[in-house]
Design a protein around this ligand. Structure first.
Ligand SMILES: Cc1ncc(COP(=O)(O)O)c(C=O)c1O
Length: 441
């Protein structure tokens, strides 16, 4: 078995750690179980090495956290320098103000800033501020916003509210039942549905929080209409930019979309892999936070602050969004061409900085098998990923060439398997579970 040592380690983990991993997306069952890599030993640039010593191109980029590349020399040197001065103090550090100034200069809606240590953490801060500022309790959401009670409360009533936003079957066990009815989903792309919800809950909604996009552009005029509806209802509009991050522009995705929310949430790519999150927003909605209890020791840890400041400056200096756009376009056209050449019913589409494979197959069960087979065969050829790609700036020609060569063989296996009705025989692993399936794909 390619990953025997890892699977043994995972067995030990499952006996000690409920669920085996800290993040659902890192569970081996999310990939090709028994084939895909599970435990990393090291990473550098665009690649990592697992504990068995196999090297992989990483198309998941630390679940989006890596934007410049692993072990980026500039960010890591800045962090090392920071470590040598101590990382956290009994008093505050200038970096808090410096980073706030950088964020305010770069992000259109940003006038004031608070920090956190991750995406879910930052979303919870944003929701607290929106509730405190408006004096209202309910939240309308679209997309995925972390593990906290305010969000998971959505599944207390119907039990399926999160199906289209995360994945089906999320049990809200442990979330206080009294939160029922406080988090309400709305379908992405349908402004009329959001308008209706705002009407039905008039005067009760604190915030509309949404992923403004993920791997497809929003329908024409949709976000401007959302902006208008939120303003009319006196609701705080929050863009959750945790996953889009700074891949679209050094000011996040807002400058590209041309719509300004009241607040925005960032984490992951903000700091190239160091724990960090930020909530930014207009002065009017952020300032009341001074009177709310929103306070945590490690939010002023200087490693995250220094990593974020350096990462944001490097994203701008190296023109990273433009580089990722080019890389994504090349990947899309090369993979689509290989699919045509081999006769596999596959296209590579989506926004350029987040390409996605689309399987042109109607039967959902067969589609699931094909995506698992794709992950399995690509893993065997040294390419780790889902059927979508998180880009980072260390990926380049060598990664494209190796991935296209692996895809040519993989797509051929898929095309032949379909032609002979032998897909089941080709699967060496259990079927992968739904990765975080989202409304915003
Ligand atoms: C849009 C969005 N919001 C929030 C989160 C949660 O971030 P974290 O895992 O850092 O808590 C994620 C993570 O995938 C995300 O994609």
């Amino acid at each position: 078995m390619r990953n025997q040592k890892s699977m043994e380690l995972y067995d030990r983990a499952c006996r000690l750690i409920p669920g085996g991993t800290q993040l659902l997306s890192r569970r081996p069952s999310k990939f090709a179980y028994g084939v895909s890599p599970v435990y990393a030993a090291s990473a550098s640039g665009a690649r990592f090495v697992d504990i068995e010593g196999n090297e992989y191109i990483d198309w998941v980029s630390g679940i989006g956290a890596i934007i410049l590349g692993y072990a980026d020399p500039v960010v890591d040197e800045a962090v090392r320098e920071q470590i040598s001065k101590g990382t956290i103090y009994s008093i505050n550090h200038e970096l808090e103000v410096e980073l706030a100034e950088e964020l305010v200069a770069a992000i259109p809606c940003a006038e004031m800033v608070r920090y956190a240590k991750g995406g879910g953490d930052a979303c919870a801060v944003a929701i607290r501020i929106a509730r405190g500022t408006t004096g209202r309790d309910k939240v309308l959401f679209s997309g995925y916003h972390g593990w906290h009670d305010w969000f998971l409360a959505a599944n207390l009533s119907a039990g399926e509210s999160l199906d289209a936003h995360l994945f089906p079957g999320i049990d809200p066990t442990g979330v206080p039942k009294c939160l029922e009815g406080t988090a309400i989903p709305f379908p992405y792309g349908d402004a009329a549905a959001l308008g209706e919800l705002l009407d039905n809950h008039r005067g009760e909604v604190a915030a509309v929080i949404m992923e403004p996009l993920r791997s497809a552009w929003p329908p024409e005029g949709y976000l401007a209409e959302v902006r208008k509806l939120a303003s009319e209802a006196g609701v705080v509009l929050i863009f959750d930019e945790v996953s889009t991050g700074f891949r679209f522009s050094p000011g996040g995705v807002q400058p590209v979309l041309g719509v300004e929310p009241d607040m925005a949430v960032f984490a992951k790519s903000i700091s190239n892999g160091y724990a960090m999150g930020a909530v930014v927003g207009r002065r009017e909605v952020m300032e009341p936070a001074a009177r709310m209890f929103i306070s945590s020791t490690y939010w002023s840890d200087t490693i995250g602050l220094r990593a974020a400041l350096t990462t944001l400056r490097e994203v701008r200096r190296r023109n990273v969004p433009e580089k990722l756009d080019q890389l994504g376009r090349t990947l899309q056209s090369r993979l689509s061409a290989v699919a045509q050449e081999t006769g596999a019913p596959i296209r590579c589409e989506g926004v350029s900085v987040h390409p996605q494979l689309v399987f042109d197959i109607d039967d959902a069960a067969v589609k699931q098998k094909l995506s698992t087979l794709y992950i399995q065969e690509m893993a065997k050829r040294g390419c780790h990923g889902y059927t979508s790609f998180y880009l980072n700036a260390a990926q380049g020609d060598a990664e494209i060439e190796q991935t296209v060569a692996a895809a040519r063989e993989t797509f051929r296996i898929i095309a032949d398997g379909l032609a002979c009705g032998k897909i089941d025989d080709l699967l060496e692993c259990e079927l992968k579970e739904d990765v975080f399936r989202r409304l915003v794909t």
